[in-house]
Design a protein around this ligand. Sequence first.
Ligand SMILES: O=P(O)(O)O[C@H]1O[C@H](CO)[C@@H](O)[C@H]1O
Ligand SMILES: O=c1cc[nH]c(=O)[nH]1
Length: 233
Amino acid sequence: MSIHIEANPGDIAESILLPGDPLRAQYIAENFLTDAVCYNKVRGMYGYTGLYKGKRVSVQGTGMGMPSASIYIHELINEYHVKRLIRVGTCGSISPSLHNRDTILAMGSSTNSGMSALRFGPITYSATADFELLHKAYTQAAELGINVVVGNVFADDLFYNDRLMEQVKLLSGYGVLAIDMESYELFVVAAKLGVKALTILTVSDEILTGAKTTALERQTSFQDMIRLALETI
Ligand SMILES: O=P(O)(O)O[C@H]1O[C@H](CO)[C@@H](O)[C@H]1O
Ligand SMILES: O=c1cc[nH]c(=O)[nH]1
């Protein structure tokens, strides 16, 4: 048992999917895994372990934003010895060619988070995905007939950001595809603790046009991303 996860040693698989939304964790367990057992309900941040095509996989909600995600990622790796982590999240696209429900493989992530300065001081650390997981996801996507776009994303500390459009203009000019709120911290902690991590995102809203998906769609309808993450891990 760790501070925020009530699982016993061995309850959590070495491979794990990480949605921000704990109800997406429940949805994945109920709809994609067999023999799924809930190992965590602390703070309503559901975690499950089950089988996908006969292999043990877990799925754990991480909450919204990097301070919350960081806690779960640290405890999963340090206390439960998780080795492969794939975030399955939603994002706002900032590239005009990316539309709602498109799938992104985050090759790298940038951030405006104060957490970066806390760790690295004046250094700008480039947070990247594990190449093996990225390569596997890319080839699996082709096999599954899922279109993916690979590139840099941006992890924002502020969902309601006064400087959003200014930031979008700047970042899209440098090829950044989309904004989420956890990808950077996942890559940093995985690098620090020597494990493999990838972020797969589905576009839930187009920041440039204002087009949005509904909360129910966000919770349940991102089948391509989930299937791709499970086949990869
Ligand atoms: O859908 P999830 O995985 O929560 O991801 C995105 O959605 C939340 C904001 O609505 C943030 O956590 C952001 O990163
Ligand atoms: O972090 C996020 C997630 C979805 N949409 C956004 O605009 N930001």
